[in-house]
Design a protein around this ligand. Structure first.
Ligand SMILES: [Zn+2]
Length: 274
C-alpha cells in the first residue's frame, strides 16, 4: 500500500479501511506501507484547501499534523502484526521540521520497523531462517510516469516500462520484488522470459530464459517483478477543489497491489482497487 494521504478530505478512507480489512482477514498476508502516510498540507501552502478541517460526511477531518499521524496509526492498528515496514514519502517530509512523525508516531505506535524513504525487506523462512527473497521499496519525491499516446495499449505499455526503468535504475540487483510509490498509478511488470536460440554443434534449438532464482545475488532485470503503487487520494469531491483537480491531472485508480508468494517464488501479482 502507499499514499493514504491521511488528513486530506480527498483521502478515500473507506477504501483504505477496505484494503486493511482484506489484509487482516488473509491468513498469511503481510503489508508494507510506502509513504505519504499523511497529506500534511500547511495553511500557508498554495495547495491548502480552505475549510479542509470541516466535517466530511459523518467524519471530522482534523488538520493537526499530530492528530493526522495518530489517526492513521489507529486506522492501521488492527493489522499492526502484519505490517513489515512503513516508509516516509515527500508529503511526510513536508512536516519534518520538528521531527519525523512517520518514525516517532506512526511506526512507534504500531510497533513496526521504519524504512526511511527507501529500503530492502529480506524475507526469511520462519522455521529455517533461510533466505526466501528480497523486496526493494521506495518513495521518490519527484518525477512521474505518463504517456499522451492516443492508444490505451501504448499508454499502458509506456507507463509500465517507465516505472520498470525507474526501479531498474536503483540498482537493487538481488531484489525479486521491486515497488515504487508516489505516482498514484498502479502498474505491474511481470518477468519476461524471452526466447533465444542455441546449437548443439549440429542442430539449432529453442530455449527460454529460466525463471529467476529468488535467492541469487544478481537477478537479471527482466526476470524480476516490478510494480508502481496506486494511492488513495481522490481527484474530485463535491464542493471542494483539491490540488489534483487544480493541477488538471487525470483521475487515478485507488487501492493497493498484491504479490502472491509461495516458497520465495512470486506466482502472480494483481491490483485490488477500492
Ligand atoms: Zn502520494
Amino acid at each position: 500500500m502507499a499514499c493514504p494521504h491521511g488528513g486530506s478530505i480527498h483521502a478515500h478512507y473507506d477504501g483504505i479501511k477496505e484494503n486493511i480489512e482484506q489484509i487482516g482477514s488473509g491468513k498469511n498476508s503481510r503489508a508494507i506501507i510506502v509513504g505519504d502516510i499523511v497529506d500534511g498540507m500547511p495553511h500557508d501552502d498554495p495547495r491548502y484547501i480552505p475549510g479542509e478541517q470541516e466535517v466530511d460526511g459523518d467524519r471530522k477531518v482534523e488538520k493537526s499534523i499530530l492528530r493526522c499521524y495518530n489517526d492513521m496509526a489507529k486506522m492501521f492498528m488492527p493489522i499492526r502484526n502484519k505490517i513489515l515496514c512503513a516508509f516516509a514519502g515527500n508529503h511526510d517530509y513536508r512536516s519534518m521540521k520538528w521531527g519525523d512523525c512517520v518514525k516517532d508516531i506512526f511506526c512507534e505506535r504500531l510497533g513496526i520497523p521504519y524504512g526511511t524513504t527507501a529500503g530492502k525487506i529480506i524475507v526469511n523462512d520462519e522455521k529455517t531462517g533461510k533466505l526466501q527473497y528480497k523486496i526493494f521499496a521506495y518513495h521518490p519525491f519527484t518525477g512521474s510516469i505518463g504517456s499522451t499516446h492516443s492508444d490505451p495499449i501504448m499508454r499502458e505499455a509506456t507507463e509500465t516500462s517507465q516505472m520498470k526503468r525507474k526501479l531498474v535504475q536503483q540498482g537493487m540487483g538481488d531484489c525479486l520484488l521491486q515497488v515504487v510509490a508516489h505516482f498514484h498509478n498502479g502498474k505491474i511488470a511481470p518477468p519476461f522470459q524471452g526466447l533465444y536460440l542455441v546449437d548443439d554443434g549440429t542442430n539449432i534449438k529453442q530455449k527460454y530464459h529460466k525463471e529467476a532464482d529468488p535467492r541469487a545475488q544478481y537477478i537479471p532485470e527482466n526476470l524480476r517483478w516490478y510494480a508502481s503503487l496506486p494511492g488513495y487520494q481522490k481527484k474530485h469531491i463535491m464542493g471542494k477543489s483539491g490540488y489534483v483537480e487544480r493541477a488538471g491531472y487525470g483521475p487515478v485508480e485507488l487501492g493497493c497491489i498484491r504479490a502472491f508468494v509461495v516458497a520465495g517464488k512470486i506466482t502472480h501479482m494483481d491490483k485490488v482497487l477500492v
